[in-house]
Design a protein around this ligand. Structure first.
Ligand SMILES: C[S@@+](CC[C@H](N)C(=O)[O-])C[C@H]1O[C@@H](n2cnc3c(N)ncnc32)[C@H](O)[C@@H]1O
Length: 309
């Protein structure tokens, strides 16, 4: 049977609703990425032999060199996963992640040398940040949920979620990278809401990026993080530039959960400050604003705060 093509006229709101739906995000888009990733792998592995140049956007292998046999083995190993993070692996292989933090590290004000620091990476996903902190010398604990089934959702929409998409286990990408990098990062299945010193110990630095907007209760997450932070907590998350200008001192936030999306809030920077103060962080410093380098439709403006208990 050949390919089936359908053309349907949709208005912008309908397109947006589909784009935000879980079947699209968790089934259609990952499938497209897998196909694209597979094509890139094929093109890179055969670079120079069939006239195809490597794709400039996200090569699976760094530089122009044809993939070595070792690199090809890793490319096969990573091909089964739908990557969120772009992570550099041995033999020049790079995961075809949708989010590439590599050129934006300077926005977070991280210590260059983290030797001797105990660091918690909250919501690690494929583990980009945890492996970066380890590379800088830290002892790292990384936490995340066990499955997409565990993300915060509206209780009365549970059924809709369950029928719309099959829950996907989280942590596959982390496991692959952990092994390939020979990492010693400790991974725990733990919701940010359950972060407590009795469970995880205390940390010099607690890092949270692109999590708060996905939570029903971002304040509870900050309160939990406060309990384990010894020196500094770094929060980098999405903010709402359009609301910023309205009333600069007011803690405005857009509530944007539509029942079946995964985004609850788009806060202003003043709102993040208010939440952080309420969570009992005392010194709160904004260190940067920038647009996340990611393969998403639409820009993702981020703000980074350093907060001390
Ligand atoms: C958008 S990704 C961000 C990944 C990474 N922190 C980064 O900055 O690239 C959101 C992550 O939050 C995790 N997450 C969602 N709810 C969580 C919760 N209650 N506790 C811990 N992690 C959670 C998801 O599983 C996913 O790994």
């Amino acid at each position: 049977m050949g390919p089936l093509e359908l053309s349907v006229a949709l208005d912008a709101r309908e397109v947006e609703a589909i784009r935000r739906s879980r079947p699209f995000r968790y089934l259609v888009r990952p499938a497209v990425h897998r196909v694209r990733g597979g094509l890139r792998a094929v093109r890179n592995a055969t670079n120079g032999r069939n006239g195809h140049a490597p794709l400039p956007a996200k090569p699976l292998v760094n530089g122009d060199a044809p993939a070595s046999p070792e690199a090809r083995k890793i490319i096969d190993q990573i091909a089964t996963h739908s990557w969120y993070h772009t992570i550099e692996l041995p033999h020049g292989v790079v995961t075809p992640g949708r989010v590439d933090h590599r050129n934006q590290l300077h926005y977070y004000g991280l210590p260059e040398d983290m030797t001797g620091m105990r660091v918690l990476d909250v919501a690690t996903y494929d583990g980009f940040w945890a492996f970066e902190f380890e590379r800088r010398g830290a002892e790292v604990v990384a936490i995340d949920l066990a499955s997409t089934a565990d993300v915060d959702k509206s209780r009365n929409w549970n059924d809709a979620y369950d029928t719309m998409s099959t829950p996907t286990p989280l942590g596959q990408g982390f496991k692959i990278c952990h092994e390939l990098l020979g990492s010693r990062v400790t991974k725990e299945i733990c919701s940010v809401y359950d972060v407590r010193p009795e469970r995880l110990g205390r940390f010099d630095l607690v890092f949270t990026s692109d999590l708060l907007i996905h939570l029903r209760d971002p304040l509870a997450a900050m309160e939990a993080i406060w309990t384990v932070t010894d020196k500094v907590a770094i929060f980098g998350d999405v903010f709402h530039p359009d609301l910023e200008g309205l009333k600069s001192d007011s803690a405005l936030v857009e509530f944007c959960h539509s029942g079946a999306s995964d985004m609850w809030w788009r806060p202003t920077t003043a709102c993040y400050r208010a939440w952080l103060r309420l969570a009992r962080f005392s010194r709160i410093e904004e260190v940067s604003r920038f647009v996340l380098q990611a393969d998403f439709r639409g820009e993702v403006p981020k703000v980074v705060f350093h907060a001390s208990p």
